[in-house]
Design a protein around this ligand. Sequence first.
Ligand code: C2O
Ligand code: CU
Ligand code: CU
Length: 544
Amino acid sequence: MMTRISRRDLMKRAGITAAAVAALGLLNACGGTREHPAATAGGRSVSPASSMASLPVPGTSGLLGILDATKFDIPLTATTVAQTILPGKTAELAVYKATVGDRVFLNPIFRIPRGETFATTLTNSLGAPTNLHWHGLQVEWHMDGHPSATLPNGNAFRYSFTVQNRGGMYWYHPHPDGLTAQQTYSGLAGLFIVEDDDELSLRRALDLTLGVTDIPLVIQDKRFASNGRLAYSLQPMDQMMGFLGDTPLVNLAPTPTLTVQTRLYRFRALNGSNARTYRLAFVRGNDRLPYTLIGTDGGLLARPVPTRDVFLSPGERADLLLDLRTASVGDAITLQSLAFDPMENEMGMGSGMMGNQGSMGNMTSSAVPNGQALTLMKIAVTSQVTYDRAVPTQLSTVTPIATTGIASRAITLGQGMPGMQWLINGMTYQAGVTPITVKRGTTEVWNVRNAAASMPHPMHIHGFSFQVLERVNSPQQVAALAVDGQGRLVTDLGWKDTVLVWPGETVRIALDFTHPFAGEQRYVFHCHILEHEDNGMMLNFTVA
Ligand code: C2O
Ligand code: CU
Ligand code: CU
């Protein structure tokens, strides 16, 4: 049964184009031209024109096209293409381009079963050194895109590895020392989806189809010059605080609209931004809709967990279910980032300089400071269907890493001189220096403590996933979201490769340094605010 609603009204509410509606063929039965005031979706939209974009979803080619990567050597070129991001304007976008038969993929989504071998030959046509890093994947270090292992312009390198990881959504991006931020910002980033039995049975149970009802969301923020080109120029403050855009993009579209049916949807969100953290919530009118977290960086949780908002910092992923069975045709829902205190005022530079507003407009050259509320995406409910699947109570098995009696390592984050540079254990990255050495097969607890005079740092490790054991001294807005006696958040309940550590907070993580590779492995541990990473908030570690 479909609610009678005028085409015009619906388009206004949803902010979708007539063409998009016609293409969906959903409204042909609806006549009438009654006038209703357009419902406001709430939050900030970038420009009236930008709200016309529909969400790019993964298809069989093009941007985010799904490339089945099983036993197939994929030719990939890092290059630039002309791409429309803002309506009517062309940006030069750096992309990974793959041509397979007559299909051209831009930033393809590699999809591969666990246990299969993945191979791609990267040709560098960027005009600068680059490489490829497989974020979250356990890969032999020569294949991992270590910052010192770069590929000169014009050269090619074949990356190949067996997929060890659990089913989940991982991602890939460049990692050349000092150039990671600028290259990733320019567009070089793609998704890597690993499938295993748990993943396939969830998809069957919920009748999910990748690109239709199982939708990856790459959330980024960019700045544009007046001609529509991507702008990236670092002021000293951006170098210190990380580069923030002023226009949120989802799958490279500004505040796009997704049209949906009254059923259950899976969204797999990646924060692919250089520096911005999001606080994800689904909002209808004044209500925050409940949703379900089903997975984190390293795949499915053991059990689904209800939530209403999660923090997602650069590099992190959140796998979510949104149940729209009780929604009505015509409902306008938005995916928002709720306002939060960015806690960038803990710099130890004198609070008088910043005032006590919580709004740190002077800490960034962006018009949109971190923590400001943003509308990321619009969801327009356009048709009624019957859907009777139930979310399984058991999604996967997450075996806790045994930590009784094991060694712990102190990791401290902070500044040397206030306002100068971010440090890990008082050090910055030096290609030839390895401050952390670990024995293979051992388990460690890392107590990652962020100084009080600091800002939030999303800490990421290569080569291994970890488990969050505990959060200590969390700031109030974080402690308020804790779901257990260890102060953990819902997003701490699964396997992680990136975790946000707030000022004054200590996050205790457990790592199992078992790996199957021959010889000593050399990886990095770093902050995923990419300007911090490029400025040395990164250390080598070896697992011998
Ligand atoms: Cu996603 Cu070392 O990075
Ligand atoms: Cu990584
Ligand atoms: Cu940082």
